[in-house]
Design a protein around this ligand. Structure first.
Ligand SMILES: [Zn+2]
Length: 213
């Protein structure tokens, strides 16, 4: 059974004003594809190749520990023109972390990611954590979910929903992980082809460099 929604309704924006569920002022038909949990050698490189084939750019929310294992892949992602975001050092859940520990994990990852984009793992973040991070980071959620992490995903349904609900300004989540690889291989290429046909511009999320000591 599918227990998560493919789309997030827009009223959620007003419930969490410090979180970004979509980009409110896209330029033209910009849409924002995001890839979480990498870098992951085989998967990240496949995603890079596939995006390039469709003339698309995106944003990669990376986990500090994974960057340490394969720093050259992060460099490759950056060099291709994609944006990089912080996804904590060890994929920490905000719900089960003390504030000080959570901030430390974000800071540790930040040594490598160095932009002002942050996405909480699992989308789980507490109010006090938001408060502590919101002045330094854009906290990026999503309003379209591919469900690619789901081992029982109905890929046809996922792709149909992605295409039907694609709108300028939307933020779409995919995963840059082994667990999602079989799904993303099936879903991403036809979705990118659809976006091209509909003249969307797949763009990296706007971001600034942000260095921590
Ligand atoms: Zn994640």
């Amino acid at each position: 059974m599918q227990f998560y929604p493919f789309t997030i309704p827009s009223f959620v924006n007003s419930l969490f004003p410090n979180l970004e569920w979509r980009i409110k002022n896209p330029v033209g038909r910009q849409i924002f594809l995001t890839f979480d949990d990498g870098p992951q050698p085989e998967v990240t490189q496949w995603v890079l190749k596939t995006l390039k084939e469709h003339n698309a750019l995106g944003t990669f929310f990376m986990v500090g520990e994974n960057i340490i294992k394969r720093p050259e892949i992060m460099q490759e992602v950056k060099a291709a023109g994609h944006a990089i975001g912080n996804h904590t050092h060890r994929h920490n859940s905000g719900y089960s972390s003390k504030l000080s520990d959570y901030i430390m994990e974000v800071k540790e990852c930040q040594k490598y990611t160095q932009t002002n984009l942050f996405r909480p793992p699992y989308g789980r973040i507490r109010t006090n954590q938001i408060k502590a991070l919101k002045d330094d980071y854009q906290i990026i959620m999503w309003n379209q979910l591919s469900g690619d992490f789901d081992q029982n995903l109905n890929r046809k349904k996922s792709l149909a929903s992605l295409c039907k609900n694609a709108k300028p300004g939307n933020i779409v989540v995919f995963h840059d992980s082994m667990k999602a690889f079989e799904n993303i291989k099936e879903i991403l290429p036809p979705f990118l082809a659809y976006l091209q046909k509909e003249e969307f511009i797949c763009s990296p999320l706007p971001c600034d460099e942000y260095l921590v000591d």
